[in-house]
Design a protein around this ligand. Structure first.
Ligand code: NAP
Length: 533
C-alpha cells in the first residue's frame, strides 16, 4: 500500500558534505528531510572507496568552517586525507550535530514534480516515500553519476569488474591476479600505484595521458596544524576572497616576463607546493596564454621523462594534445614511478581503442588482453548527470532533462527557469569543482538559506529565475571560459567525456569572488533576475 504523503518545508537531496551542512543549517528553523542514495553519509567520500582514494587539497582547507569547536578539535592525520578519514569526519559531523534523524539513507529520490497551483514540490523516493514540500535543495554532487563504458560483451566476461565508485567493502586479494585499469584521470592515477603493488600484473589502458604532480603527502606536522588552528577564522575568510577558495600563492608575473631560469625556479616551487592549483597559477597567464601554458607543460613532461626510465613509456605518458589545467590536473603518490615496476604495462587505447569485453578480458582493435579483474576508472557523467538521472518536472510539464538537452542553463548555478523553489548546490555553471568544494558549498548553502528566509519573511510562496537571467549568466560563464585554455581539451568540464552529451563549458571560471559578488548583488537589487510571487 502506498505510504501517505508527508508535508514538510524542505527536502534536501544528498547527504554529502554540502547536504550535511544544509541539514545542520536549516533543521532548527524548518521541517526538513534529507534523502541519501548511499547506505552512509559523506557523498563522494562514501562512494569512492577504491584503493588510494584521498583528497588532493590540503585537509586543513578542505573541511568545514561552520563550527569553531569542530575545526579546533578535529585532528587530520595527514596533509591529504585518505577516504576512510574523510568518511569518518562526515560521520563524526552527522553524530556530533545530531543530523542522522533527518537523513533517510539508502533512499534515493526518483522524481520531483512541481504543483504550480499549490506551489509545492512532490518528491518520490525509491523506498516509496512521498513528501510534499515548499523547497528542494539538490546537493547531489558534481561527480556522483558514474560513467560506465558500454562496450559489448560485458555479460560474457568471466572475471570481476569494478567501477571505482562501486568498490567492494571487503579488501580484494589481488596478489595472483592480472588487473587492468581503464582510464588515467585523477581516480586511476591514485588507484594504479596501489593496485600495482598488490597484484600480479597491472595493465593501464590509457586514452589520454594526464598531467600529474606529486602530492608530497605526509603526516600533518604539529606546527602546520597549530598555525591553521590559531588563524582559522582569518584564513577561511581569506579563502573566500581567492579565485579557487584556496590559500595558494597567487602570481604577479607573466611567464613572458621571466627568464628561463626564473621560470624554472617558480615551477620547481610549484611542483613542490603540494597544490595542483599552484601549477595552474605559476604565472599570471598559464590559463590564458598558450605559450605561457606550454612552458608549464614542458616542465611537467620533463619531470615525467626524468622519473620514467623507459623512454618509450615516458613519451607515451607525456600529454601533448591539450594545455595543462584544461583538464583537471591530477595529484599523485608515485604514479609515474609505478611504470618502473616490472609488473606494470601501459597500453595506448587512443590509437587502438577498446572494442569489446571477451570471456577472458578486453579486446582492442589491435590486440586481446587477458585479465582477471577489470577496474573501470572511467569517470562520471559530471555536473548535470546526477540531476538529469532524476525525473524532474517543473511548471507546465517541463522536464529538466529536456530543458538541458542542449546543455545546462541556470542562473548563478542556483536556479533553473521553470523550476521554482528548487535550488542547486555546486550546480552547473557555478565555480563547482574549480573551487575548494567544502567551503564554497558552505557559502552556497548559506546563500540559499538566506533566500528561503527572505521568501518566508516577505510572505512569498515561490521564487523562479527568468530565461533572460539565464542568458545573462550563460554570457558571463562563456565569456569567462573563452578567455582561458579550457576549451582546448575534451573533459568532464565540458561534457565531452560522455558520448553525445551536449553543452559548453559547465563550470564558472570567473573566480569565486566575482561569482559571490554577482550573486549577492542580484539579491541586494531586489532579486534582480528572479521572480517572486
Ligand atoms: P576522469 O578524470 O573523467 O577520468 C576518466 C578516465 O577514463 C580518463 O582517462 C578517460 O580518458 C578514461 N576513459 C573514459 N572512457 C573511456 C573509454 N571508453 N575508453 C578508454 N578510456 C576511457 O574521471 P576520474 O579520474 O574519476 O576523476 C573525475 C574527477 O573527480 C577529477 O577530475 C577530480 O575532480 C575528482 N577526483 C578528485 C580526486 C581527489 O581529490 N584526489 C580523486 C579522484 C577524482 P579521456 O581522458 O581520454 O577521456
Amino acid at each position: 500500500m502506498a505510504k501517505p504523503p508527508e508535508n514538510i518545508d524542505i527536502v534536501i537531496i544528498g547527504a554529502g558534505f554540502s547536504g550535511l551542512y544544509a541539514v545542520h543549517k536549516l533543521r532548527d528553523k524548518y521541517d526538513i528531510v534529507c534523502f541519501e542514495a548511499g547506505e552512509g553519509v559523506g557523498g563522494t567520500w562514501f562512494w569512492n572507496r577504491y584503493p588510494g582514494a584521498r583528497v588532493d587539497i590540503e585537509s586543513v582547507e578542505y573541511s568545514y568552517s561552520f563550527d569553531e569547536d569542530l575545526q579546533q578539535e578535529w585532528k587530520w592525520p595527514e596533509y591529504f586525507s585518505a577516504q576512510p578519514d574523510l568518511e569518518r569526519y562526515a560521520n563524526h559531523v552527522a553524530d556530533r550535530f545530531g543530523l542522522r534523524k533527518d537523513i533517510r539513507l539508502s533512499n534515493p529520490v526518483k522524481s520531483l514534480r512541481f504543483d504550480k497551483d499549490a506551489n509545492r514540490w512532490h518528491v518520490q523516493s525509491a523506498n516509496g516515500d512521498h513528501v510534499i514540500c515548499k523547497y528542494v535543495i539538490a546537493a547531489t554532487g558534481a561527480l556522483s553519476a558514474p560513467n560506465m563504458p558500454d562496450w559489448p560483451g560485458r555479460e560474457k566476461y568471466r572475471g570481476e569488474i569494478y567501477h571505482t565508485t562501486q568498490w567492494p567493502g571487503e579488501p580484494l586479494d589481488l596478489k595472483d591476479k592480472r588487473v587492468g585499469i581503464i582510464g588515467t584521470g585523477s581516480t586511476a592515477i591514485q588507484a594504479a600505484p596501489i593496485l600495482a603493488e598488490c597484484s600480479k600484473h597491472l595493465t593501464v589502458f590509457q586514452r589520454t595521458p594526464a598531467f600529474s604532480m606529486p602530492s608530497g603527502n605526509r603526516p600533518l606536522d604539529e606546527e602546520h596544524e597549530r598555525s591553521w588552528k590559531e588563524n582559522y577564522s582569518e584564513r577561511r575568510a581569506q579563502m573566500l576572497d581567492t579565485y579557487g577558495v584556496s590559500l595558494i600563492e597567487y602570481p604577479t608575473k607573466s611567464a613572458h616576463e621571466c627568464t628561463p631560469e626564473e621560470q624554472n625556479k617558480i615551477l620547481e616551487e610549484g611542483w613542490a607546493s603540494k597544490s595542483a592549483f599552484q601549477m595552474m597559477v605559476a604565472f599570471t597567464d598559464v590559463m590564458t596564454d598558450r605559450e605561457a601554458n606550454e612552458v608549464v607543460c614542458e616542465f611537467v613532461r620533463n619531470k615525467i621523462r626524468d622519473i620514467v626510465k623507459d623512454p618509450e613509456t615516458a613519451e607515451k605518458l607525456c600529454p601533448k594534445s591539450y594545455p595543462i589545467g584544461a583538464k583537471r590536473l591530477c595529484i599523485d603518490n608515485g604514479y609515474f614511478d609505478m611504470y618502473n615496476r616490472d609488473n606494470v604495462s601501459l597500453v595506448d587505447v587512443k590509437s587502438a581503442p577498446i572494442t569489446e569485453f571477451t570471456e577472458t578480458g578486453l579486446k582492442t582493435t589491435e590486440s586481446v588482453y587477458d585479465l582477471d579483474v577489470i577496474v573501470t576508472a572511467t569517470g562520471f557523467d559530471a555536473v548535470t548527470g546526477a540531476l538529469s538521472r532524476i525525473d524532474i518536472e517543473g511548471v507546465d510539464g517541463l522536464k529538466l532533462k529536456d530543458k538541458w538537452r542542449e546543455g545546462p542553463t541556470c542562473t548563478f548555478g542556483f536556479m533553473v527557469a521553470g523550476f521554482p523553489n528548487l535550488f542547486m548546490i555546486h550546480g552547473p555553471l557555478s565555480p563547482g569543482a574549480l573551487s575548494q568544494m567544502i567551503t564554497a558549498g558552505e557559502w552556497q548553502v548559506d546563500f540559499v538559506a538566506g533566500v528561503i528566509d527572505d521568501l518566508e519573511q516577505d510572505g512569498f510562496l515561490r521564487i523562479d529565475t527568468t530565461e533572460e537571467a539565464e542568458q545573462n549568466w550563460a554570457a558571463e560563464v562563456n565569456g569567462a571560459a573563452s578567455q582561458t585554455v579550457h576549451h582546448l581539451a575534451d573533459s568532464w568540464y565540458n561534457g565531452k567525456n560522455i558520448a553525445g552529451k551536449k553543452g559548453g563549458f559547465m563550470i564558472y571560471v570567473g573566480g569565486f569572488p566575482r561569482y559571490r559578488d554577482l550573486s549577492e548583488t542580484a539579491v541586494r537589487n531586489d532579486y534582480e533576475g528572479f521572480l517572486r510571487s
